[in-house]
Ligand binder design. Structure first.
Ligand SMILES: [Zn+2]
Length: 182
């Protein structure tokens, strides 16, 4: 111990602190910095835009929740479900709260969040084409995404299509030269 204390709350801090703050206060200051927040948001958005990342994250969360539930005692489970019921009775069933949730503004936000979840990976100019594949032409979400991604440089689907079309071109050249051979 260095005998130093946090300048915000007086908690003891170690020599590792370069800011003169305890860890919670150092974190709070970092997160209050708009430049840091913007960098972090951009980094996260770029990460989640990569194919498969969002899906893998959803699976990871669900597996975590399942594992957590498995460790609960019957009593804890009961308490959690009582808590859920209380929440519905005291809060979610209140008319003014329901009205707020159904307001045009809230609906608009919910729709935007849904679109972002379902199509966040898809560049906006290609979203119409993606919806058309899924909702009119009957492709599954996975198939439609594969088709759309063929048009997005940097995706695996795009690379595959580039390779396939190069191979096709080379096969056709080969066949033509065979046909012209004598
Ligand atoms: Zn502190």
């Amino acid at each position: 111990m260095s005998g130093r204390t946090c300048s915000q709350c007086g908690a003891r801090i170690t020599r590792m602190s370069r800011t003169g703050l305890c860890r919670p206060h150092a974190n709070a200051r970092m997160h209050a910095d708009p430049a840091y927040r913007a960098r972090r948001a951009a980094g996260l958005a770029a990460h989640f835009a990569k194919p498969g990342v969002r899906e893998a994250w959803g699976k990871h969360l669900q597996a975590g929740l399942r594992a957590y539930r498995a460790t609960m005692t019957d009593e804890q489970r009961q308490r959690a479900s009582d808590h859920g019921r209380r929440l519905i009775r005291d809060y979610l069933s209140q008319p003014e709260i329901i009205a707020r949730a159904l307001s045009p503004e809230a609906r608009r936000k919910a729709v935007a969040a849904y679109v972002e979840t379902v199509m966040g990976w898809c560049p906006i100019p290609l979203r119409l084409e993606y919806s058309d594949l899924v909702y009119r032409k009957g492709y599954s979400a996975t198939e439609a995404r594969e088709i759309i991604e063929q048009q997005i440089p940097g995706t695996t689907a795009h690379a595959k299509r580039e390779i396939a079309s190069r191979e096709l071109a080379s096969r056709m050249r080969h066949q033509r030269s065979m046909a012209e051979a004598y």
